[in-house]
Design a binder for this molecule. Structure first.
Ligand SMILES: C=CC1=C(C)c2cc3[nH]c(cc4nc(cc5[nH]c(cc1n2)c(C)c5CCC(=O)O)C(CCC(=O)O)=C4C)c(C)c3C=C
Ligand SMILES: [Fe+2]
Length: 801
């Protein structure tokens, strides 16, 4: 993430945290000569791009998505062009080309920086943005940040130098022509500094170059409307607040390779500790030593340690928890526990702790009463306030700020009028902003809650875990791997309900001799570079869910396990217990209950229980086939597909995995749940009954399975005159052999061969944001009452269903 003129890494505070919570390794740099990076400030966009490229190479980052704001957008563009295939995505926030800066502004930047700073902050963020979040004074924070960055380099006026670099840059056309990745333009409709129309040339050039271009212009016409959407408002005024969310919407985003380097290096004055090895080896004092700033890189997770806070906001040391910005997920946070900085509040007396808690509570209450976005802001303020209460070493110049904050904390309890609170808060935050631009950052990482701030130096391990369970998949697309996998799979009495004595000879004597080679060839046709799609997506879902729950304030471990193959359910349960987890929510990735799948997962958990002396508490999710969030995720994926394709096909086919009809006769609710899912989805999409079909696929063996069968139905539809179909598999939460090969290859061919014209496959939910949101809601509902560190000692209550 590359900042703009007179900014530093801190402008990416929200985004880097957000992205980290969603499985990304984040590197938000201070350009050389800016903020906490020493070295010579770049004289041109090209020079800065060289720095970015060199930095990534030194860190051993093989592939990166680049995000830049304003001047940083041009730098990111140049760097992406140089990186070629190594740049996976490019997001240009508040961009323009040419990025001409008015001579008056350039002149002011050189001779009257304070005046120029004011101009820039009015043009871009504007005092209009002030009510966007209670306690968040954009203008003041912007001014303070600018002053701080300007002061950070006594040799060079980085303000003037940055503007001149923007103004002179003439290489965007060539850079665009060299790009090989999708480009997102995130523009603010009301941004006066980099107006949306100034980006149109670049957008056209990117489109002409055949790139996958997406343009997001965030609205902001009336300030009243924008007050209701504060995050958008900030974006609309030029600050890069929203781009993380936009980035995440992109389907093709994938987790980056972890950094592998293992050395201490200096580059452009940026000192980085790179230790891929053991977390315990990272010496916090080493990180904190000496230079203006340091950056810890470990096991691929990049974090910046907020030295600026130590320098600028000594009394507000609660903020130092922002050191965890890049750590993201709970697992990362634990691994990086030695990097955490828990300053004075940890060591203060019991009396101080008490008043600190009281202050936190009052701020929380106040926050809830104000705006939806106030919670994080209040956490900041609460932290500042608590630091004021708890901190013994408050330098005199900041004492007024702290007491003002404390005062405001008390006001928060009494004030009934929201506007009065905001007015007070603005006064307070302006004071704080003068001392520390970091007021805009929540002090607590989202997966921490207020009370967690009182914990001891090292964060406690989560005691509660969610175990996402999926079917399993072979380790390789080879016959031996398939044989091992199928032997375990098809020996499960839940899958094949034939007496063992009759079945096992057939399985070992016939099926395992013939099927592995055939199946291996099919797997080979869908295998991803990272492995089997089912394994790739399931692991990713677990990572994302961990981040999502963390962002919701839950301290919960999340792992994934496979019913057949690796990582096994027993192995994961054992590992969780070894980590101190004593409560496990088992969440199968099958929305519709079936004895063949869901119950088989429970069997495996119970088999582990049978041979385990000290059991964790266990809960099982049986089914969520009608959960509104799951239906919503499906509906969104269909709508997005329709949007991509220019509208719906003649028919939507919803194909579920089949099971033997006999199982249903014996009481398996699977068929009924599949039909209920389909009906709810059709309703959500506004589809009349004659516009969709429900079918069942993947028949195994000769017995009668649930009908209608998918492929014969498609053939019949094509022969009956249906020209176009959208086909989806709502019961599969990850793409896998059964969807990618059986549906998107075999069924497609059958349909087209029978006379159909258009077969449009809709991918499974995989890592869709709405799906992870659904998983997070389902998990939270079932975690209710367990200690997850959430306020009140329970997971957030579930929404009405
Ligand atoms: C989505 C739910 C599933 C149900 C219900 C289900 C029942 C079921 N499956 C078989 C036999 C096979 N299934 C195979 C693959 C497979 N099955 C599911 C899901 C359900 N199965 C998935 C997600 C996958 C794909 C796994 C992957 O690695 O991508 C296979 C193996 C593939 C092959 O060799 O063809 C078999 C065999 C039965 C008998 C059954 C219910 C009785
Ligand atoms: Fe199956």
């Amino acid at each position: 993430m590359v900042h703009g003129v007179l900014n530093d890494h801190s402008v990416w505070g929200f985004q880097s945290r957000h992205l980290a919570h969603h499985g990304w390794n984040v590197l938000a740099v201070d350009l050389p000569g800016h903020g906490r990076s020493g070295g010579e400030a770049p004289q041109s966009v090209e020079e800065a791009a060289d720095f970015i490229v060199a930095l990534l190479r030194t860190l051993g980052v093989e592939r990166a998505a680049l995000v830049g704001h304003s001047w940083g957008s041009l730098i990111a563009l140049e760097a992406a062009a140089r990186l070629g295939d190594a740049a996976t995505h490019l997001a240009l926030v508040g961009t323009a080309y040419p990025m001409k800066v008015s001579p008056a502004l350039i002149e002011a930047a050189l001779n009257e920086p304070e005046k120029a700073l004011r101009m820039v902050n009015v043009f871009s963020r504007s005092s209009l943005a002030s009510p966007s979040g209670a306690g968040f004074w954009t203008f003041g924070a912007g001014m303070a940040l600018g002053r701080r960055v300007l002061r950070s380099n006594p040799q060079v006026n980085v303000f003037h130098r940055g503007f001149v670099a923007c103004d002179r840059y003439a290489g965007a056309e060539a850079a665009v022509a060299a790009l090989a990745c999708p480009v997102l333009f995130a523009l603010g409709a009301q941004d006066q500094m980099t107006q949306p129309r100034a980006a149109q040339g670049l957008i056209a050039a990117a489109r002409a170059a055949g790139l996958d271009v997406r343009v997001e212009t965030l609205p902001g016409k009336s300030s009243r409307r924008m007050q209701r959407t504060p995050a958008r408002l900030r974006m609309a005024f030029g600050a890069p607040w929203q781009c993380a969310a936009l980035l995440l919407d992109r389907r093709q985003l994938r987790r980056e390779q972890p950094a592998q380097a293992g050395e201490v290096f200096h580059h452009g004055g940026l000192r980085s500790l790179v230790r891929p090895g053991d977390a315990g080896a990272v010496d916090p004092d080493g990180l904190h030593a000496g230079l203006q700033g340091a950056m810890g890189v470990e096991r691929g997770i990049v974090t910046h340690v907020e030295h600026g806070l130590r320098r600028h906001a000594e009394p507000l040391r609660g903020f130092v928890e922002d050191a965890r910005i890049g750590l993201g997920d709970a697992e990362g946070a634990r691994r990086h526990a030695p990097l955490e900085v828990f300053p004075s509040p940890m060591r203060c007396s019991a009396a101080r702790m008490l008043s600190r808690r009281r202050a936190l509570r009052s701020w929380e209450r106040w926050a809830c009463a104000c705006t939806t976005s106030a919670r994080t802001t209040a956490a900041v303020s609460a932290s500042a306030s608590s630091a004021a209460v708890a901190g013994a070493r408050v330098p005199s110049q900041s004492r007024s700020t702290c007491s003002a904050l404390r005062m405001a904390g008390q006001i928060g309890q009494r004030v009934s009028s929201r506007s009065r609170v905001i007015a007070r808060m603005r006064a307070v935050s302006s004071m704080v902003a003068e001392n520390s631009a970091t007021i805009a950052f929540p002090s607590l990482p989202p997966h921490m809650n207020a009370s967690a701030a009182d914990r001891s130096q090292t964060a406690p391990m989560p005691r509660t875990a969610v175990l996402l369970c999926n079917l399993g998949t072979p380790e390789a697309p080879t016959a031996p791997a398939l044989r091992r996998y199928l032997a375990q799979f098809l020996s499960d009495p839940r899958i094949v309900e034939i007496p063992r004595a009759a079945w096992l000879p057939i399985l070992h004597g016939i099926i395992l001799r013939i099927r592995p080679a055939k199946s291996a060839a099919k797997y080979a046709s869908i295998w991803m570079p990272e492995g089997s799609p089912l394994a790739v997506w399931t692991e990713r879902q677990a990572t994302l869910l961990r981040g999502w729950l963390g962002e919701a304030g839950l301290r919960v471990q999340v792992r994934h396990a496979m019913r057949y193959g690796q990582p096994s359910i027993a192995g994961q349960l054992k590992a969780l217990q070894a980590e101190g987890v004593d409560r496990v929510l088992v969440l199968p990735l099958y929305p519709q209950y079936s004895g063949t799948t869901t119950a088989s997962v429970s069997d495996d958990v119970c088999a582990y229980a049978l041979r385990t002396r000290r059991l964790p508490e266990l809960r099982f999710v049986n089914s969520y086939h009608d959960h509104p969030a799951y239906i919503d995720a499906l509906a969104r994926s269909v709508r997005a597909h329709w949007q991509r394709e220019g509208g719906p096909a003649e028919q939507l086919v919803m194909s579920f995995h089949g099971i033997p009809e006999r199982a249903v006769r014996l009481g398996d609710p699977y068929q009924q749940e599949c039909l209920a899912t389909a009906a709810l989805l059709a309703q959500a999409l506004g589809l009349a009954p004659d516009r969709y079909r429900v079918t069942f696929q993947s028949r195994f063996g000769k017995a009668k399975w649930l009908e209608p069968y998918t492929e014969p139905t498609l053939i019949e539809m094509a022969r009956g005159g249906t020209r176009s179909v959208d086909v989806m598999c709502p019961g599969f939460t990850s793409d896998c052999l059964e969807t990618l090969e059986e549906i998107n290859q075999e069924a497609r061919e059958a349909f087209l061969h029978a006379g159909g014209r258009e077969f449009r496959y809709i991918p499974c939910l995989n890592a869709d944001s709405a799906w992870i949101t659904a998983l997070s809601r389902i998990a939270q509902e079932h975690l209710s009452g367990w200690d997850t560190g959430a306020p009140g000692g329970a997971a957030a209550p579930g929404p009405a269903r």
